[in-house]
Design a protein around this ligand. Structure first.
Ligand code: 6PG
Length: 248
């Protein structure tokens, strides 16, 4: 079971999420001199990002990446980059040279996936064979200090959608995904990278997430319920923050 923290309402959840992100960043900066953070999009983290942007973290020692991105221009209202830029990074005055967006609108998208993987290898000073040498739980040694994730009602996390095979990929750090159902193509960090993070914060609110949260906690296929991948994370790494409506 993933450790689950139930908050009375979405407002409290956003406040606690911002505090947990803030402490993960502070811990990474004090132990490693830098905090590398991978952010999700979607609607749930918006308020937490806004609150985090007003907290006093070290702007010069944080480096910002994305968990996933939709194939839309960076100014689109559907862009995960735009969400984080508008709510967190710009208001906080994070320098542009510390912001590394996924260019998922580039074609072919497989090349965009490759470029982001190369960027990560440079950032973490690893080569690809080493970064894909997974431990017994399938975790990459390329470890973000903080991953902020969500879960969709269909059990997807990041852009690892059920039935696409994306949650099972261990052959690259970044995968291109065609989610279907009229959604645009996406880029996503792959399972080994997501589950390898030092700290993983999963945010879920609302009754329509309740079944998916329960399935993420149960045993079974990751292809059916990609959010189950977090069961592979390091002990103590994951916190699943839910509001009362999303809790079992
Ligand atoms: C995205 C996300 C995605 C998200 C879930 C939950 O691009 O959509 O990164 O993985 O976390 O879909 O989204 P909501 O917060 O909107 O429910």
């Amino acid at each position: 079971m993933l450790p689950e923290v139930t908050c009375p309402d979405p407002t409290t959840l956003s406040r606690i999420a911002a505090e947990l992100m803030h402490s993960a960043i502070a811990r990474a900066v004090s132990s490693r001199g830098v905090a590398r953070i991978a952010l999700s999009g979607g609607s749930t983290p918006r308020e937490a990002y806004r609150l985090l942007g007003a907290l006093p973290f070290d702007r010069e020692r944080t480096r910002w990446f994305w968990v996933d991105e939709r194939s839309v221009p960076p100014d689109s209202a559907r862009s995960n980059f735009a969400l984080a830029r508008d709510e967190l990074l710009s208001p906080a005055g994070v320098p542009l040279h510390s912001v590394f967006r996924m260019e998922a609108e580039r074609e072919p998208i497989a090349e965009a996936a490759r470029s982001y993987a190369e960027l990560l290898l440079r950032e973490f000073a690893l080569d690809e064979p080493a970064a894909l040498e997974l431990d017994e739980a399938g975790r990459s040694p390329l470890a973000f200090d903080l991953v902020v994730a969500g879960i969709g009602p269909d059990g997807h996390t990041a852009s690892l959608f059920p039935g696409t095979g994306a949650a099972l990929r261990e052959d690259s750090l970044v995968v291109a995904v065609a989610p279907g159902s009229g959604l645009e193509p996406r880029l996503s960090l792959s399972r080994p990278v997501l589950v390898g993070a030092h700290r993983i914060l999963i945010l879920c609110t609302g009754r329509e997430k309740r079944a998916a949260v329960a399935r993420a906690q149960s045993q079974g296929s990751e292809e059916e319920v990609p959010a189950r991948i977090y069961q592979r994370a390091r002990p103590g790494a994951v916190t699943l923050l839910v509001d009362r409506d999303a809790a079992e």
